[in-house]
Design a protein around this ligand. Structure first.
Ligand code: PNS
Length: 194
């Protein structure tokens, strides 16, 4: 095991099974691994920062040496302030290589003491990206097996019209009915969905 702390930075919008695979591999070789979510006010993510934090916390709870954090500005500055020695990034296919190489070399130029370590996720996740997961889910396609179940459920909540309709109905009922009627109808709807 490599002594010291590594940062695994990214957008994680949403976390995929590929990310989790890499976290598992990173947790095995680094003493401590910090999954660092970029706070980027210019991007409009599908999942808010608190949502991504919560999902990643749940998903990594089993690892004693992994924690989740957020950062903004230059990643190397964040890594330095966290006293990290390595940056962990995943490379899936050759198409990732050019961008990752550029980023690693730029980061090295900015902070020569930090090493970027590349790891490959399991080949079954080599085509999985957050962007494609969002695209498939938004078009109503299945993402089972590509993302953890917690994320699948969150995507469903966000995108499934039935869930949205349920929320609207609950809001309407809150305005016009008492709590017991609301509970009864909500329970009925949940049962129908299950
Ligand atoms: O999951 P992503 O979107 O591929 O992650 C990209 C990320 C967050 C690692 C990268 O954009 C980043 O480090 N941004 C922070 C700003 C920064 O340091 N930019 C210079 C990188 S060379």
């Amino acid at each position: 095991m490599h002594k010291g702390l590594a940062i695994y930075p990214g957008s994680f919008d949403p976390p995929t099974n590929g990310h989790l695979d890499l976290i598992g591999r990173g947790a095995k070789i680094f003493e401590e691994l910090v999954v660092a979510i970029l706070r980027n006010p210019e991007k409009s993510p599908m999942f808010s920062l608190p949502e991504r934090l919560e999902m990643l916390r749940q998903l990594t709870a089993e690892f004693g040496n992994v924690r989740i954090d957020t950062f903004d500005g230059l990643m190397v500055e964040y890594a330095k302030s966290a006293q990290a020695t390595c940056i962990l990034r995943g490379i899936r296919a050759i198409s990732d290589y050019e961008y990752e190489l550029q980023m690693a070399l730029m980061n090295r130029k900015l902070e020569p003491t930090l090493e970027t370590v590349f790891m490959m996720p399991a080949d079954k996740y080599s085509y999985v990206s957050s962007r494609l997961v969002r695209e498939v889910a938004q078009a109503g396609g299945p993402v089972k097996g590509l993302v953890p179940e917690v994320v699948e459920e969150k995507l469903r909540e966000k995108l499934d019209p039935a869930y949205k309709l349920r929320d609207v109905r609950i809001m309407e009922m809150t305005e016009s009915h008492g709590g017991s009627e609301l509970d009864r109808r909500d329970r009925k709807m949940r049962k129908r969905k299950a």
